[in-house]
Design a protein. Structure first.
Length: 175
């Protein structure tokens, strides 16, 4: 269950970083191929490494697929270009928990990028909670023969495809 929560938290970070069509500034499309994303969280949550096979179409489709989900759970989602990269700020709510997040993104999206984020959660059974995390992403090369664009390989051998996110939307509790 803990591994699922870590994976869900990582997916939430990725969701928060997905550009939305209503936002004037969009994040660049990542270089096609296999990306390794190492999620480093503060506290007792262990480091998690996942890989994603992507191409230009999938990265663009990801923002389109995520937009309706974010629209349903986020009251604020801003992306701003800075001198060193991008900054995102969001306020999202799910199952009675409100999460305010701030992320700073640096890198070139061709060989590597880093996302440093902080969040404050309130509500639910846990109460108020602050967390920090860093995603260190690096391009590994071409996707493996058994992978297709959108595949995400999670710890423990779990594999999912980002194109199935619409199916996951049905699992999100309504406000």
């Amino acid at each position: 269950m803990r591994r699922f929560l870590v994976a869900a938290g990582s997916a939430a970070i990725l969701l928060a970083l997905a550009p939305m069509s209503a936002v004037a500034v969009e994040l660049p499309v990542r270089k096609a191929g296999l990306w390794e994303m190492k999620v480093l969280s503060g506290g007792s949550v262990p480091e998690m490494t996942m890989q994603q096979c992507t191409d230009e179409t999938t990265d663009k489709d990801m923002s389109t697929a995520m937009s309706p989900v974010a629209k349903d759970i986020c009251s604020k989602q801003d992306i701003q270009k800075t001198a060193t990269g991008y900054v995102t700020d969001s306020v999202c709510g799910i199952a009675g928990v409100t999460v305010k997040s701030h992320a700073e993104i640096t890198g070139d999206f061709n060989s590597a990028y880093t996302v440093k984020s902080t969040s404050h959660s309130e509500g639910g059974r846990v109460g108020a909670h602050d967390s920090t995390s860093t995603i260190e992403a690096k391009w590994l090369g071409a996707c493996k023969a058994d992978q297709k664009a959108g595949d995400i390989m999670m710890p423990g051998g779990m594999k999912m495809n980002i194109k199935d996110m619409e199916k996951l939307k049905a699992l999100i509790p309504k406000k």
